[in-house]
Every structure is written in structure tokens, then in C-alpha cells.
Design a protein around this ligand. Structure first.
Ligand code: GSH
Length: 356
């Protein structure tokens, strides 16, 4: 996928940083909505930065909507907290950060695009008060409860958005928002700007050079194994053929039904070695508390090498509040799942569906 827009836009920058943190691969095209309006219009007739060109060519715009899509692609990785209480708090901070970006942008447009005699002082005063109000509320929130930005792994969307918004306001309107009045924002911004994902997407005219997601550890046989999501059309078909060859029967016989099944499943992973799909996992999840592993298959020639457990561990992520369930009906799988922390349930019930 391709992110279009310049990194002097806080909206583009928060997306560029978040895509890296979510482990999503993308290329970046630094196009200006002003200087290269016509070129931008060829890509997106609405000329909005950021624009995300998805792998199938569909266009998304608006940073928050793009991040919504990115979060869905990256599952189970997420930059949002899992509990409602923390999520509510983070959403408030993100809203304030977006207000800082929007109000700064309005002042910049008013000053930069209107001739001085047409600038409207009451409007400028109003927007300035809103900008300072949002910065003040963020400063108070950070004083009361700090945001963790010391490492990339700890960073969440609230930290990304607040840091990007503050940096933008400081680069563009330092006299309007004097740093001395906002020590918590200054400290947060300094820590965030030192992280690799921020440095790879520096404010300005440059092109983002995404930090690679951490490489998959080498397997016992020394050959690299990648666990990948989202799946390309070729990988979907390879996964279907793998399931078909391993006795999954009529449910995977029809490519269009299988593609639909994957579209409706929030977690789909393939294990790829030497360019070949050797494993597949599909799971359902509410993203917060309950998830269900539905299909796991590893090519026979690659079994016993940790491929299945890498798939399951990747799908499960690290959320300690998540309950994972599965049906262990296939021969010999109990020991495999026991080693991953599963135990026979005394509470699960099921009403099996009809199978041909
Ligand atoms: N709410 C949008 C705001 C995006 C935005 O306003 N982007 C500016 C660049 S910083 C833009 O596209 N300006 C051109 C225009 O609106 O004509 C988002 O979150 O992406």
C-alpha cells in the first residue's frame, strides 16, 4: 500500500509513524496538496493528505479512518488499549491532539493563504483560543497521568498523536504556543522524536523510510520463517490449497467462499518460507476479551519445526485479558495446544452446525 502526502502534515505523519509501529509495510510518496495539486488530483480527486492507496487500488483518506483500516489489517497488533476505561482516556487525548493539528492548520491557512487585508481578526482570535485550550487540556492531562513513550513497544496511538501534534505546533507556530508553558508536552515530544519510527518519518519535505518490523527469528533449521498478514490474493489461494490438501474438505473447496470466509475473519496469518506458504491460521476475535482459533494448518513437510506454534503465538499476541478457545477435535493436537497454555475447558459448550 502507498501513503501519499507530506510529512509536514501532522495527519500524514501520525499515519506514517503508526503504520511502522503496527508492523505494516508501505511506501511513501511525498506530494504536496498545494505545490503539486494537479499531480495529487490524479491520485485522489479530493486532494486530501493523507491519502492511502490500498493494495487493491482503493483510496482511503482522513488519518483517523486510515488508522482504523490499519488497525484492522494489523490485528492482533494494536496501538489502542484493550480496556474500555483506558480506551476512553486515550480517545480523549487523541481528540485533543487532532484539535491542536486542526486549529494550527487553520491559523497557518489563514495567515499563509489569505491576503493580509482579508484576514479576519475575530476568527484568528477564536482559533488561537481553541488551539491554546487544546494544548492546555493536554498539558493538564499529562501532568495528571503521563503517557508512556519511552520505547516503541510501549507507544500507543495517544502517544503518537500527541507527540506529532505538539511537534507540528512548535515547528509552525512557536510564538502562538510558547513551549515554556507546556513542560510535559515538551518532554513527551523529545522522548517520542528520539524513537526510530519518528526519526524514519521526520517532519518536513522528506520521504519516510519505514523502520522494518522486527525480523522473524530464524527457525531451528536455519531458514527464515515469516508470519504475514494481510494475505495477498496468491497467498489466499495457496492457503486454500494447503487446507484442501490437508483434509479441510468442502468448506475450502470454493475459492470465492474461502475468500469471503477470510474477509469476515479479523485474524488471518500465513507462514511463508522461501516464498512458499507452508502454514495458515484463521481466528475470530472481538479484539478485547474473547477469541476463537478456527483453522490452523502446517504443510506436512514442515511440521515439528515450530511453525504452528509461531502462527498461534502471533495470533494470540500479548493481551493477558484475552480468553482464547478452540476445538481440539483433530488427532494429536491436544499436546500442541497444551504446550501453548490451553487446557480442557469445564465451561465451554457448543451447538455444532451442519457439515456436509
Ligand atoms: N481530518 C483530516 C485532516 C486532513 C487535512 O486537513 N490535511 C491537509 C494537509 S495537512 C489537507 O489535505 N489540506 C488540503 C485541503 O484540505 O485542501 C485527517 O485527519 O486526515
Amino acid at each position: 500500500m502507498k501513503l501519499v502526502g507530506m510529512l509536514d502534515s501532522p495527519f500524514v505523519r501520525r499515519v506514517a509513524i503508526s503504520l511502522q509501529l503496527l508492523g505494516l509495510r508501505f511506501e511513501h510518496q511525498s506530494l504536496s496538496v498545494f505545490r503539486t495539486f494537479d499531480e495529487f488530483r490524479q491520485i485522489n480527486p479530493a486532494v486530501k493528505a493523507p491519502t492511502l492507496v490500498c493494495d487493491d487500488g482503493e483510496l482511503l483518506m482522513d488519518s483517523t479512518l486510515i488508522l482504523d483500516y490499519a488497525e484492522a489489517l494489523a490485528r492482533p497488533r494494536t496501538l489502542m488499549p484493550s480496556t474500555l476505561h483506558d480506551r476512553q482516556h486515550d480517545l480523549r487525548l487523541i481528540g485533543l491532539a487532532l484539535a491542536v493539528c486542526e486549529k494550527s492548520g487553520q491559523l497557518i491557512y489563514e495567515r499563509g493563504l489569505r491576503p493580509p487585508e482579508k484576514q479576519h481578526a475575530p476568527w484568528v482570535d477564536r482559533v488561537t483560543a481553541q488551539l491554546l485550550g487544546a494544548c492546555g487540556a493536554l498539558e493538564q492531562a499529562l501532568a495528571a497521568r503521563p503517557i508512556e513513550v519511552s520505547t516503541s513497544a510501549a507507544l500507543r496511538q495517544a502517544g503518537v498523536s500527541v507527540a506529532v501534534a505538539w511537534h507540528f505546533a512548535q515547528r509552525t507556530l512557536p510564538q502562538v504556543v510558547p513551549a515554556a508553558g507546556f513542560p510535559h508536552l515538551v518532554a513527551l515530544s523529545a522522548a517520542a522524536e528520539a524513537l526510530p519510527e519518528f526519526r524514519a518519518a521526520p517532519y518536513g519535505e522528506g520521504t519516510c523510510r519505514p523502520v522494518e518490523a522486527p525480523p522473524a527469528p530464524a527457525m531451528a533449521d536455519g531458514r527464515d520463517l515469516q508470519i504475514r498478514s494481510p494475505l495477498s490474493p496468491d497467498e489466499i489461494e495457496a492457503a486454500r490449497v494447503l487446507l484442501d490438501a490437508n483434509g479441510w474438505g468442502p468448506r475450502v473447496a470454493d475459492p470465492s467462499v474461502f475468500a469471503e470466509l477470510l474477509r469476515r475473519s479479523p485474524i488471518c496469518l500465513v507462514a511463508v518460507r522461501d516464498g512458499q506458504v507452508i502454514g495458515f491460521l484463521r481466528a475470530l476475535s472481538d479484539g478485547l476479551f474473547n477469541s476463537y482459533i478456527s483453522m490452523v494448518v502446517v504443510d506436512e513437510a514442515h511440521r515439528g519445526q515450530g511453525v504452528g506454534s509461531r502462527l498461534v503465538r502471533t495470533a494470540m499476541g500479548t493481551n493477558p485479558e484475552m480468553t482464547w478457545v478452540l476445538r481440539a477435535g483433530r488427532g494429536g493436537v491436544s499436546a500442541f495446544y497444551k504446550a501453548l497454555g490451553f487446557q480442557r475447558s469445564e465451561v465451554a459448550m457448543e451447538r455444532p452446525g451442519r457439515r456436509p
